[in-house]
Design a protein around this ligand. Sequence first.
Ligand code: RI2
Length: 316
Amino acid sequence: MVSQIHPDVEATATEIASMEIRGAATIAEAAARALRVQAEESDADDPREFDRELRRAARRLLDTRPTAVSLPNSLRYVFQRLAGDTVEERRASVVDGAREFCERLDNAQDDLGAIGANRLRDGDTILTHCHSTDALSCVEAAREQGKSLNAIVKETRPRKQGHITARQLREMGVPVTLIVDGAAGRYLDDADHVIVGADSIAADGAVINKIGTRSLAVTARERDTPIVVAAQTIKLDPATLSGHTVEIEMRAEKEVIGEDERDSIGEITVENPAFDVTPPRYVDAIVTERGQFPPESIVTLMRELFGEQIRTPWEN
Ligand code: RI2
């Protein structure tokens, strides 16, 4: 019997790849929910077949975007709870595991926000890059504490996720100045904090985030503007403990330039890396739900949470 991938898993995978579902935490939540649907709707009649289906579904989800480690971390969390001798027991364990994962995700973001908010003072101006729910959670918590904030929001080419950030900040009552990416240097003197999210964090404290984060961090360091990375612990990449590097996703050329415009220029190469790597020396703090860490010490938390043995149960 060929194991079936549920249409909802297919749809989730397609939406992650096309970025209708995007942002590391949102991707993690969608993947856990998709695995839950796969388990709930499975008509496998023996546990081995059930497990085979789950593994296929997990591989389909993983085969979408390579950089955000929250995706494999969410699947790993659910697989670690897979238990029982019958299909029904194994189904229930996946449903519970996925539900627990989503609850923890929400709580982690709230806890992280409360910690990050402590860094922000009444009247401060933040400068943002891309759109990060973890970073915005810090702003939301600060607003709930009654602090008034201003924001300078980088547009974030090529997909302009800065527009999502601008809209959500306005909903929180934060005045927003939208700028093109190249203007960041000029506006850094007006900012008290640069605050960004992360897609992955390596064992050495390097931060993998939306392309443009590195140059922003380097310029911010030169101006002594602190750069804060808001990242739940599901952004910690356990594979980097054993020397693996994080793959940087290369996306379609058409996100950068339309075909007609490209043709009118002549023979050119277009590249569209979605992320870059900011070395730890340019980062002041990584704010997680477990507290705030200097990037160089994040490895301690990583070992505590993941150990040295990194499992990939979907490969069996
Ligand atoms: P949260 C996004 O990537 C951005 O790089 C953002 O900083 C990061 O995910 C984390 O987002 P993309 O999916 O988990 O837009 O904080 O390529 O929401």
